[in-house]
Write a protein of this length. Structure first.
Lengths: 512, 141
């Protein structure tokens, strides 16, 4: 491979390639995605020789692409930098200083696990644009190498880094740190499963399943109406009274949803463990089929977030997530605890932050009563507007009247929602944390380190100006970037900001 | 303020397009006249309003801005947490001798922008901020 020489000096021993086993894994996963359509095409269109060749060529291309990727991708961990070179046509050289690495995320799906491989993503904590995170991805390295990378990359002291660099050539010999399993902070308990149906994930899973089923039927050119059992069901339905049908459908849906949610919960969170490793990292491991391991440096932790979606809140459950800088993208990479009893969530928050009582449990200060009016108005007005629009539509004969009645029936719901939103508004300041809570459908309580606040932001709409309220945001490098204290009294807000980060606001205050 | 010219520039092509498209239709002529009136009022009112609201201040510890006209927005960032300081000058701003200074922190919540600064003031501000930012240690997160 002559062109590689100008980029990579082969004499340098510490350049490493991806695991050659990825050559097998990549085509399999890719082919897996194509398998169903391919089989369907063959079945439906008959075994046309031309199609067979096309399929073979496709498979061949996948293999070639895999070889190219393997041959062109190299990475190196030097004392100061992590470097990644990749690409044949579009060459990419990435180099990241090691002290910028914040998280290591190792994911392996079923095929990867079969071959003992992991995909390693290294988060660098650079936010260029909103939601754009800089990540280095190694797809794929052996599981042992992934573990080794995890330990080496998150180790900070230069001395150990040097030895790690030397060890990098022989990862098989490097296993002493693995012997220390780390302190377990939380582990999966089967009892948590009862919270699974309270998340809406079951609904999503069901939707996806039905969607796929219909697509398959569609592609197979089978009209569901002609399927034997379905037709029997349809005939039976015609003979049964409507209320019974509704009852049956509801029961069946509930059972299926519950089962689906539980299965999904198991798949996602089986074997969940949250540990504090000896090298001051928090590590979350979970997953039944696709295993995932996210490691996060404790220094990068800026706080925790407890979120309670409405149903979960009603059932006394909560989720816990990390608010940290440089957490990799990808769904759920900040998870510290899956839906679990609320007490457990707060306990985890306390242990993770290494404090006695979780800051998320402190008594919060209510917001002024005028904020309640604002929440109510904001909840009710859209519904009223919708009802009015539908009413006008109905009066002019464009739409039937019932949507208007439905919208009006939603009004009490909106009122309740607004009241609940107000009830959940609150903030508090503890010795080290700023705690804010808001939301009704998803109630979130965020405890943010006061030292992690990198600025303040206040927004005031004309209506807020009229009622003397302000939305104060604590700007931070971690998590979502800013956490809002919604509709707080202007004076209180300024006082809060001034107290939370002393000195920052003082020069700009005229009266204090 | 440069917003005045900006608004006019936005308005003119709109009007021209409108007249060319349906010169014969009185209703559309009506709407374009309405746009012109509204635009003219906006031209006069909004920049003044903005100018009245917009404030900025830099102390040895922090940068402070106030922007917006309808929804007002205050932002404060301590100098120790500043990541980058940029100056930008569009063609209009160059014509008027103005510049926009953008101060970015590590947060994803967006930067502080100080639009329409006098060029000299902007340059001095950038120099001061850069010097102050370099003086602080750590990676500002």
């Amino acid at each position: 491979m002559p062109p590689a020489r100008e980029w990579v000096d082969p004499a340098q021993q510490d350049w490493r390639r991806l695991d050659p086993r990825m050559l097998a894994v990549k085509p399999i996963t890719e082919a897996g995605k194509l398998l169903l359509p391919a089989v369907l095409v063959l079945v439906v269109g008959g075994t046309d020789r031309w199609k067979l060749w096309a399929a073979l060529a496709g498979g061949g291309l996948l293999v070639v692409a895999g070889v190219i990727r393997w041959a062109t991708t190299r990475y190196r961990i030097s004392e100061t930098h992590v470097e990644l070179h990749s690409g044949l046509f579009f060459r990419q050289q990435r180099s990241v200083p090691r002290d910028r690495l914040r998280t290591v995320d190792a994911t392996s799906d079923v095929v990867h696990r079969l071959f003992g491989l992991s995909v390693v993503k290294v988060g660098t904590g650079r936010n260029d644009k909103v939601g754009e995170e800089d990540e280095l991805t190694l797809d794929a390295v052996s599981a042992a190498e992934a573990e080794h990378l995890r330990q080496v990359l998150l180790r900070r002291t230069p001395g150990t880094a040097a030895t790690a660099g030397a060890e990098a050539a022989t990862p098989e010999q490097e296993t002493p740190a693995e012997a220390e399993p780390g302190e377990v902070l939380a582990a999966f308990r089967p009892g948590w499963l009862r919270f699974a149906p309270l998340t809406l994930s079951g609904l999503a899973a069901m939707g996806a399943l039905t969607g796929t089923a219909f697509q398959v039927l569609n592609e197979l050119d089978v009209d569901p109406v002609h399927l034997g059992p379905l037709r029997a069901v349809a005939q039976w339905l015609e003979r049964t009274p409507l209320p019974l049908i509704i009852a049956i459908v509801v029961v069946v849906l509930l059972v299926v949803l519950t089962a689906g949610a539980m299965v999904l919960y198991l798949v996602q969170f089986w074997g969940f463990t949250l540990t504090r490793e000896s090298d001051a990292t928090l590590r979350v491991r979970r997953g039944l089929l696709t295993t995932r391991s996210v490691s996060l440096e404790e220094d990068r932790l800026r706080g925790v977030r407890i979120s309670e979606p409405l149903l979960l809140r009603a059932g006394g459950g909560a989720k816990c997530a990390a608010v940290a800088t440089g957490l990799g993208t990808g769904a759920g990479s900040d998870t510290l605890l899956p839906p679990a009893p609320r007490g457990d969530a707060h306990d985890v928050a306390a242990t993770v932050l290494a404090v006695e009582t979780a800051p998320t449990t402190v008594r919060l200060r209510r917001h002024p009563r005028i904020a309640r009016r604002r929440r109510l108005v904001r909840a009710v007005v859209p519904v009223l507007a919708l009802a009015a629009a539908l009413g006008v539509g109905a009066a002019t004969g464009h739409v039937p009247y019932w949507p208007c009645w439905v919208a009006l029936a939603l009004l009490p719901v909106a009122v309740l929602l607004g009241l609940d939103r107000y009830r959940n508004l609150g903030h508090a300041l503890t010795e080290r944390y700023l705690v804010v809570r808001s939301g009704s459908l998803v109630r979130q309580t965020v405890a943010l380190q006061r030292t992690g606040i990198v600025g303040w932001r206040m927004r005031q709409s004309p209506f807020q100006r009229l009622s003397g309220l302000v939305t104060l945001s604590a700007v931070t490098a971690a998590g979502e970037g800013a956490y809002e204290v919604t509709d707080v009294d202007l004076g209180d807000g300024v006082a809060l900001a001034d107290e939370a980060v002393p000195g920052l606001l003082r020069p700009f205050l005229e009266t204090s | 303020m440069e917003e005045l010219i900006g608004t006019v520039l936005l308005l003119v092509p709109q009007l021209v397009a409108m007249f060319f498209w349906d010169a014969g239709r009185p209703t559309l002529v009506g709407t374009s006249i309405a746009t012109a009136v509204l635009g003219a009022v906006g031209c006069v009112v909004i920049p003044r309003w903005r100018y009245r609201v917009h404030r900025w201040e830099a102390t040895p510890e922090a940068v402070y801005t106030r922007t917006g006209w309808f929804v007002q927005d205050w932002r404060v960032a301590p100098l120790s947490r500043i990541q980058t300081v940029d100056t930008k000058r569009g063609p209009l701003q160059q014509m008027l001798g103005l510049a926009t200074v953008t101060v970015t922190t590590a947060s994803a919540a967006g930067p502080l922008e100080i639009p329409g600064l006098d060029l000299e003031v902007a340059q001095r501000l950038v120099e001061e901020l850069t010097a102050a930012t370099q003086a602080t240690r750590g990676d500002a997160t």
